[in-house]
Each structure stands twice: as C-alpha cells, then as structure tokens.
Design a protein. Structure first.
Length: 116
C-alpha cells in the first residue's frame, strides 16, 4: 500500500489549497478514505472522510463549510479542497484508507502552513 499526498504549501489566511492523495496497492474504489491532520504538539485528528460511493461525507466541526473532500476512483485519488484557511489549520495533512486492515497505512503527509 502506498499513499502519496501533495498540494500543501504556504498560504495566507483566507486563502485556498487543494490537497491530493494518490493511492496504490489496494482496491481504491472499494475503500472509504479519510484525511487527518497533525499540528505541532497535538494529536493527529480526523478532518474528513468519504465513503466508497462518495455520498454523505463526514467533516469535523472545525472545517465544516470550508473544506470539501472528494474522490476520483479512475485516478485512485482523494482530494481535500480547503478554502478560507485559518492560522489554526496549519498542520501536516495525511490521508488514510478506512477499514480494519488498511487503516494502519499512512502516507508521508503534506505540510500546510497558514501564515500572514
């Protein structure tokens, strides 16, 4: 299993970024996917997740209305569109497949820094 996140960077408050996570080594279309983040000195936390079919995605309260998770099964890729970014969104963002066996796999993460 391989997960490669990309799209992070430095952005000003109120800005936008689109993260991508390209997956391989498992049947992507049959796995729900999640985005997590970990800020310095804090525990990793769930940001959003999306089911196999993409319906009814889940969002943590702190990103509700600002972030959108989506997936492209043809490209084995899950996305996280992040709008109206805040200072507190600064973290390393990770994707992970759902499921009892696949959930142990993590990508290397992509750094998102929100700063003025």
């Amino acid at each position: 299993v391989q997960l490669v996140e990309s799209g992070g960077g430095l952005v000003q408050p109120g800005g936008s970024l689109r993260l991508s996570c390209e997956a391989s080594g498992f049947t992507f279309s049959r796995s729900g996917m999640s985005w997590y983040r970990q800020a310095p000195g804090k525990e990793r936390e769930l940001v959003a997740d999306i089911s196999i079919g993409g319906a009814s995605p889940y969002y943590a309260d702190f990103v509700q209305g600002r972030f959108t998770i989506s997936r492209d099964n043809a490209k084995n890729t899950v996305y996280l569109q992040m709008n109206n970014l805040k200072l507190e969104d600064t973290a390393v963002y990770y994707c992970r497949p759902n499921g009892a066996i696949l959930r142990k796999y993590w990508g290397q993460g992509t750094q998102v820094t929100v700063s003025s």
